[in-house]
Design a protein around this ligand. Structure first.
Ligand SMILES: Nc1ncnc2c1ncn2[C@@H]1O[C@H](COP(=O)(O)OP(=O)(O)OP(=O)(O)O)[C@@H](O)[C@H]1O
Length: 713
């Protein structure tokens, strides 16, 4: 049976021919002599291996036939109308690039549309040096060390700036485009050679075998996929461009998917750099490696966990997902739901863990404490503490970062405990006063028998540790920056210490919930096992640039207590974001409606256009305004974004989503919010301010192609 190797270009099939292409490729994968396929060589073709095949009376596939490894392979180059296909088939040639060992398509008589000339170098008063010259990239290195084709290098060397290189890169699918983007971002030749694992090709004397070998190189996976079976073929064809992540991994992504690590590993990267994609592929790889493995795939919220589960199903519906913790398969869950699952399973056996963490028991540990409780305690208890300490932000954070992880039960314990990383200093008298509030909080929780979320995770962790029970063999975490210390204690306890135990994806620029955490303080040692992804697949360079300006000047620190890197780039270009400044809420809503209307009138499907707003109040107003304007809109809360309607989401809910077009209303803090902020200690206020910038950054990076930002003056 022939093996199908799908080229990325071929996966972008015109929607009208997808069904027929599927049937054609399915038949080809079973028997290439099937009547009706008409697999034929082309007379006078540049490459004798080229074949055409009949998809229907109008469409033809262009392919390369390779015989090697004891079987026949077809590399699918693309599907075109008959005459175009024949012309393309005559001039294309598949060869191995001798410098970097990667597969390369050459057009022998270049009749294709030439790539547009890069933006000209302006020759006004002062001549601007081309970008590559400024970066010190020289022709010899580009050709002889990276293997870039001469004509591409000639174009690239005259490009004035990064935008011109991005334009050029968009005309070159696969490794050529990727290397151009890396070079434009200032990467050194050595770094690229290493990252892409480029290596000179050695000839075996058998051309077909050499090309097959090159197709198996890691960087070839950017552009070519070996199709295992019919189900995978269906997913490639149906996924089209949006499904590319399932098939064409960047070599760097592939490395994090397949590699084994001796302990916890952390993969960071800006928004849209494919962290979730790596996590989902790695989950599949681990499940395939050992079908009996108990894998936990988790993240901060239930909505995000649902999206992870959906992604895993799309990637590979054969990977079993389980609803039960501790059994073979992939258990996809929000981290608080994981804590509840541990507590539920433990039942009455929880008492010792509660005593260990809290010094007392709770009668209904599956009930969660109301989030307003700290405020109630402050309001109903007379305290000598100043408002910057006696507030729910400080107290909840002190409880989660100091009291619970250290299992403090009484005032004496709290007076002794270390408080590393806590911005607000507390003398002895203040510690006593804080402890009085903690006692009042605990007394109220005891009265209704509940545990709060951070307590539940701490108790679940203590229970697993005491029982020496590890219900998971591998734990994979998304959005790690949002997890609290007791979440980390729980995850550390859920999986034993062994190779490939914890794999963490995070981006400290996207921390929008709790206070920042240093992993090493909570039993997760990742020193020396941490890497960063830098290529953004989602957002255009223009939108990304705008989003980065939101973070500029902020002091972001990562999970290892190191300053967070900001360098990353996008390979896609598009229009500049539109910024609208308005004075009132009414104007804001009208501006949102106007932009949504314009996109829909221009033919965008409703679900392609999303509106992101600061809170539920705004959300409901926008839904009403859109509906009044005759646009079918829906507020998205716990459910998934709807088909055939404009989704309207709060910025928090938008985490983990993406849309081709986004209108983002950034809003304005209310008077009550300003008052609350004014009361905070300066260090807490600075952190709240960082989180608020992060929220805008998260929201702005949800737009794939076009972004409109509506700001209040
Ligand atoms: N190798 C790839 N080829 C094509 N598209 C990709 C690839 N990797 C990721 N993508 C696409 O890029 C987008 C962002 O990927 P993903 O959600 O994994 O990024 P992320 O780093 O987790 O983002 P965020 O932190 O913003 O949630 C998705 O649309 C995904 O399908």
């Amino acid at each position: 049976m022939p093996t199908i190797i799908m080229g990325k270009l071929a996966s972008k099939i015109d929607g009208s021919v997808r069904g027929k292409a599927m049937t054609f490729l399915q038949k080809l994968g079973v028997d290439d002599t099937t009547p009706g396929l008409h697999i034929e060589p082309i007379q006078h073709s540049a490459d004798p291996r080229v074949r055409t095949g009949r998809v229907d009376e109008f469409w033809r596939a262009v392919m390369f036939r390779l015989d090697g490894d004891g079987e026949t392979h077809y590399v699918i180059h693309g599907i075109w109308p008959h005459d175009d296909a024949i012309a393309i088939a005559r001039r294309v040639c598949l060869k191995v690039n001798p410098i970097n060992g990667l597969p390369q398509i050459e057009e022998i008589q270049p009749a294709r549309t030439p790539a547009p000339a890069p933006a000209a170098v302006k020759t006004t008063a002062r001549r601007v040096e081309p970008l590559f010259a400024r970066l010190g990239h020289e022709r010899t290195d580009l050709v002889e060390r990276l293997g870039l084709p001469e004509d591409v290098v000639t174009h690239a060397l005259t490009a004035a700036n990064e935008d011109a290189i991005l334009d050029l890169a968009q005309h070159h699918e696969g490794w050529i485009g990727t290397i151009l983007v890396d070079l434009a971002a200032g990467d050194s030749i050595d770094a690229i050679v290493q990252r892409m694992q480029l290596e000179k090709a050695s000839s075996s004397g058998n051309d077909d075998a050499d090309v097959l070998q090159s197709l198996k190189r890691p960087a070839a996976a950017l552009q070519y996929a070996f199709i295992d079976d019919q189900e995978e073929l269906r997913r490639v064809i149906e996924g089209g461009d949006f499904g590319a992540w399932r098939i064409f991994l960047h070599p760097e992504q592939r490395r994090y998917v397949d590699r084994s690590y001796s302990g916890p590993f952390r993969l960071s990267g800006g928004a849209g750099t494919g962290k979730t994609v790596v996590l989902v592929h790695r989950t599949r790889a681990l499940a395939r490696r050992d079908p009996d493995a108990r894998i936990v795939l988790t993240t901060f919220t239930t909505n995000l966990a649902e999206a992870l589960g959906d992604n895993l199903t799309q990637l590979d519906p054969r990977i079993p997902q389980t609803k039960n913790l501790g059994v073979p398969g992939v258990y996809v869950t929000g981290v608080d739901a994981l804590a509840s699952a541990v507590l539920r399973t433990a039942g009455r056996g929880l008492a010792p863990a509660m005593r260990e963490v809290l010094g007392e028991e709770r009668s209904t540990p599956l009930t969660r404490t109301a989030p307003t409780r700290w405020r109630e305690v402050v309001e109903s208890t007379g305290t000598m503490l100043p408002p910057e300490i006696a507030n729910e932000t400080f107290l909840a954070s002190e409880y989660a970062h100091v009291v619970l992880p250290n299992k403090v039960h009484d005032e004496a314990g709290y007076l002794r405990v270390r408080r590393p990383g806590r911005g607000v200093a507390l003398d002895r008298a203040r510690r006593r006063a804080v402890w009085a509030l903690v006692e009042a909080y605990r007394a109220r929780c005891r009265a209704d028998g509940s545990l709060d979320f951070t307590e539940a995770a701490a108790v679940a962790a203590a229970h697993l540790t005491a029982a020496d029970a590890h219900p998971a063999d591998h734990v994979l975490v998304d959005e790690g920056q949002d997890l609290s210390p007791t979440h980390w204690l729980l995850l550390r306890a859920a999986v034993g210490e062994h190779p490939d135990d914890l794999f963490i994806a995070d981006d400290s620029h996207q921390r929008i919930y709790g206070t920042r955490v240093v992993l090493g303080r909570h039993g997760v040692a990742i020193v020396g096992r941490s890497q960063r992804l830098t290529l953004n697949y989602r957002t255009t360079a223009q939108n990304l640039h705008y989003a980065m300006t939101i973070l500029a000047g902020g002091q972001y620190v990562d999970l290892q207590d190191e300053p967070e890197d900001t360098g990353y780039r996008s390979a896609r270009t598009g229009p500049l974001p539109v910024i609208e400044i308005v004075d009132t809420l009414a104007e804001e809503v009208a501006t949102i409606v106007r932009h949504v209307r314009a996109w829909i009138d221009a033919g965008d499907p409703l679900e392609n256009v999303a509106v992101l707003v600061p809170d539920r109040y705004h959300r409901d107003r926008v839904v009403t305004a859109l509906t009044d304007a005759g646009i079918d809109a829906r507020a998205v809360d716990r459910d998934r974004p709807p088909a055939d309607r404009v989704p309207v989401l709060t910025m928090h809910r938008a985490k983990g989503t993406e849309f081709p077009k986004v209108v983002l209303a950034t809003g304005k803090p209310s008077a009550a919010e300003m008052e609350r902020l004014a009361m905070l200690d300066p260090s807490e206020r600075a952190d709240t301010e960082l989180r608020s910038r992060s929220l805008t950054y998260v929201a702005a990076t949800r737009a794939r192609d076009q972004l409109v930002v509506v700001q209040r003056s």
